[in-house]
Design a protein around this ligand. Structure first.
Ligand code: KG4
Ligand code: ZN
Length: 338
């Protein structure tokens, strides 16, 4: 089954063709990052407009790269939630029109479920049940993936997302948006023991996270150094911050893994690209004899292929929609049907 899959929830427009949920035939992507850089973050109105400009050509490119024509498409999958509402609407309307004109089913896909499914593309042998930590610019969640379309959230952030806190600290250090990857690179040359950053408890649920205290502590440290004219050791601050984020993420996720009894841990979303977090997860999973699945960098960020991967399993579960499908800025990934 060949699925044309569409992603437009934030600042990447992407259209892919995926076969049977596991094989990427093509993935055409257009990033708006350069455009939003001067504003230090994504401007929703600009994002929506750029999605409209890019999406038709990307769909043609996806078909061309897959070496197929429109009549070879069996279904259209699209991110319908969550995201910037105007941006999501562009993809949803395009997908509705495409499914209608081709006379094929329309499959709504939750964006975070898509991030989890990126692992199916990278690891053909991976099947549920497994535990997944989703760490992106907007989300930080521990998810029990009981089945392809049956998931339970075991823990999540009480305030900022992990990626958001990386980006904020990077911005104050003068790195262009989104600064997570640049901060990671800078951290390589640093000494993580130089700055002491707090790793607060996040509340009642031991599997919940909190990043705002950690972020504020790092920002205070930077501002204080500026005020007293003290030279900041930027690589070491980046190393200390990355280590602190990892210490927030890794032990809680490992605790959840032990609670579920699973021996498979997947990590998904843009922050999964972080070298410190990857290394810590590798060491911890080895200790307990669990398998670790982390997609390659190209599949960690937003892309169309991950929507086609999850779309296939949503289709098998009967989760298709009609032309009344709407877009949603927020929606839980836990298994409601439309
Ligand atoms: O999943 P994603 O592409 O977009 C969504 O938020 O859905 O994630 C982007 C986030 C940004 O906050 C970016 O700074 C962060 O992932 N990121 C990283 C690294 N690479 C990307 N954060 C830390 N270390 C990295 N190497
Ligand atoms: Zn994303």
């Amino acid at each position: 089954m060949r699925i044309l899959s569409v992603e437009s929830s934030c600042d990447e427009t992407a259209v892919a063709v995926v076969e049977d949920g596991r094989k990427v035939l093509s993935d055409a992507i257009s990033s708006q990052v350069e455009l939003h850089k001067i504003y230090g973050g994504v401007v929703p109105e600009i994002a929506s407009r750029k999605h409209i400009e890019a999406i038709y050509a990307l769909a043609d490119e996806a078909l061309q790269k897959a070496n197929i024509t429109r009549k070879d498409i069996d279904a259209v999958a699209v991110t319908y939630a969550p995201g910037l509402i105007g941006a999501v609407l562009v993809g949803v309307n395009f997908a509705k029109a495409a499914a209608y004109s081709l006379g094929v089913p329309l499959i709504p896909v939750h964006h975070i479920r898509g991030h989890i499914a990126a692992n199916y593309l990278a690891y053909p042998e991976l099947e549920p049940p497994f535990l997944c930590l989703v760490v992106s610019g907007g989300h930080t969640l521990i998810v029990d993936v009981k089945d392809y379309t049956n998931m339970e959230i075991l823990g999540g952030t009480r305030d900022d997302a992990a990626g958001e806190s990386f980006d904020k600290v990077a911005r104050v250090l003068g790195m262009p948006y989104p600064g997570g990857a640049a901060l990671d690179k800078m951290a390589q040359a640093g000494d993580e023991t130089k700055y002491d950053l707090p790793i607060p408890k996040a509340g009642e649920n031991p599997l919940d996270f909190s990043f705002s205290g950690l972020k504020t502590a790092a920002l205070n440290l930077i501002h204080h150094a500026e005020q007293v004219g003290e030279e900041l050791d930027v690589p070491s601050l980046c190393a200390s911050f990355s280590a602190a984020v990892s210490k927030m993420l890794v032990p809680r996720t490992m605790q959840a893994l032990s609670m579920t009894g699973y021996k498979k841990l997947a990590v998904a979303g843009g922050v999964a690209a972080n070298s410190r977090i990857r290394a810590d997860f590798l060491a911890e999973t080895q200790k307990v004899g669990a398998q670790l699945f982390v997609p390659p960098l190209s599949l960690c960020g937003d892309n169309g292929a991950m929507i086609g991967a999850q779309g296939y399993y949503e289709f098998l579960a009967g989760n298709t929609a009609g032309q009344e499908l709407n877009a949603y800025a927020t929606k839980s990934l836990e298994g409601e049907r439309l």
